[in-house]
Design a protein around this ligand. Sequence first.
Ligand code: ADP
Ligand code: ASP
Ligand code: MG
Length: 450
Amino acid sequence: MIVLKFGGTSVADAAAIRASAEIVRSRLARQPVVVVSALSGTTNALIGIAEQSAKGHLIGAVRAVEALRTRHLEQADLLLGGDALEVASEMSALFDELAQLAEALSVLGDLTPRSRDAIAALGEQLSALLVVAAYEKLGLPAVHVEARDVLITDDQFGRAEPQPDAIAAAVRAHVAPLVRAGKVPVMGGFIGATATTRITTTLGRGGSDYSASLIGAALQAEAIEIWTDVDGMLTADPRVVPGARLIEQIGFEEASELASFGAKVLHPSTIAPAVRVGIPVVVLNTRRPEGSGTLITFDAPRRAVTAIAGKDKVTLVKVKSPRMLLREGFLRTMFAVFERHRTSVDVVATSEVSVSLTIDDASRLDAIMGELRELGDVVIERDRGIVSIVGAELSRHPGTMADAIRALDGSGLHMLSLSATGINLTVVIDGDQVHPVMARLHEIFFPGTG
Ligand code: ADP
Ligand code: ASP
Ligand code: MG
């Protein structure tokens, strides 16, 4: 068995969906299970609709609903022609539900994480219906599997935690028998539901990759293929460094670090389920299916620098507490604040009198600050950025690290940290310096690539 995940651009329109069908066909002998994202841009549009509605801008929201409806129905028509009726009515029912949700939100004037998920999840529900119908029409034995019957999660709306045992049981019940019967199960990624109450949840933005690896792990698949709009994992984000090169093989740990520090090509949680079961993950380009992509495995070649990742809009939090820092339990107390507010900490550095750390998600910062002030003086610096240099052998090459640090001149270095495993050198710099620093580092470690 093999899991194929098609991202938003890989199912963006009729032509892309047809191309994905050919990829599935080429792998029929390997018993594929397909996980699809929403049509590209749909999740953003849905979240926009939810936010607009809650602000009372119902007319704009309804207009956006109708634009999405038209786009989906047009693609259905292109793919299915006269046979589009059934899927068009199923999709229309979802759009009617969306319009009702928008209206309800405009009355309530309040957007809860739960209702936001109910709306954001519609993108993958729609794409799964459309893709199944298209695949059937194209002669593939595709069968729709309702993702919310399989991807069981807790109730942390917006970033729900999958429950691997429940997922494994659901996969055995709903997915594996279809594969054994020669069918191609197709399900939406990104979305799930709570265990007993079956309320819709999402795994966080970009979460379809994670769905694919969870399903792959539950099926003990031979591989998980992530089909996207670039040739594989590259030495940097090609939107920032146009000359970034393909990495043919990369270690699980390196890929995981890159994903956590900004390489959007993979959701940061994708690697963990695959590693647990030892399933290789392959990243491939839907537009160039003949390419070899990037193979993520245990036994990749070990390099000093494999790739560079970066992200901006990072918040730096500094807590100064001369009296308390060295007391036992201080760090635990401090991190418990972040844990209580479900905010994950990315980079940490400590000195005798202060702790500095970064967070990505500043939505709960006010509450966090309130509690941290009881521990010491708190300084918040917004608009910071992180750049990470990742390589399995990085710590064995101090000269490489020295070169990297020299390249940071003028970028406002705020923190520097070498991961315990020695494969990731991370710096916190001014947010507007992230792209120029990535380009500079890339030129140093991958010269001549522009
Ligand atoms: P999908 O919709 O297929 O999930 P995403 O937009 O989530 O696609 O991820 C693919 C994008 O990730 C690429 O278009 C690229 O701009 C970005 N990206 C960031 N870092 C990297 C990297 N190191 N290698 C490849 N792509 C990267
Ligand atoms: N459609 C979701 C998003 O845009 C999930 C995904 O594409 O992976 O975040
Ligand atoms: Mg993605």
